[in-house]
Design a protein around this ligand. Sequence first.
Ligand SMILES: [Zn+2]
Ligand SMILES: [Zn+2]
Length: 301
Amino acid sequence: MSPMMLLAVYGAALVVSSVAGGALTQRVAMTHTRAQLAMSLVSGLMLGIAFFHLLPHAVLTLGIHHGLTTVMSWTMGGLIVMLLLLRILHFHQPDYPAEAIAVCEHGHDHGHKHGAAETGVPAAREVTSVMAPGVSWRGVLIGLTFHTFIDGVALGAALLSAPHGHQQQLLGFGVFLAILLHKPLDAMSIVALMKASGTTASSQTRANLLFAFVCPLGALLFYFYAMGLGGSGELVIASALAFSAGAFVCIALSDLLPEVQFHSHDRVKLTAVFLLGIALAFMMANTAAKHSHAIASLSPV
Ligand SMILES: [Zn+2]
Ligand SMILES: [Zn+2]
């Protein structure tokens, strides 16, 4: 399949998954444990994609001797930018109502509704958030839009990065899969927060639909931008891969760490799906390496 066809197929699938995530949230109340299980799996996958796909390919694109400092600088840049955005806009890690389990063993309140644990009745309608007070859904939407645009850039760069013509499709696929599974969670955050803020169903639907096109748009714009650069595009592609690796790491950890620090329920299950996500990314990288006999000779250019 040509990269353009692939981009179209990936883009369409991403729109569908994002819209589905938001639409589901409009109808069904997401529970805390389910949201955490999904987040742990997807975070593991994102970390795996960052370490086993994005970073190695960024390095391979530039060559290990000259490219390493550039790649690591861009990785750090991606991490810092995403952290600052999270700090300013608090756009990730929404909290969903706790089921009838003792969710919070820790003494202080970080926005959790304790009603469920205390009364034993699932607080189905109480969509709360651990986000800082006063954070509006508009701010969250802006943050998520930027984050999703970067995801799109990662996908576009992945499709273009094929050192010596190898692994192009599988690299694109790994990144695609991570975004495909992560994006519904982002759409869910938007809709859940809009719901909690009392917006109308039609404006929720509108935001959900518009948001779904951000990632394919990012991929498309980056793809044509880097294509237009011709030979000098390699540096831009490698930088984009490295930048998005840093962003992936930051986003994945921002989802994982609050749960690790504040909660102690379902630890085995959550750890298992987290490792499963990493294993999935590792297996995809390994399959790609097997099919690419030239992997060993790729490094020093
Ligand atoms: Zn996200
Ligand atoms: Zn929890």
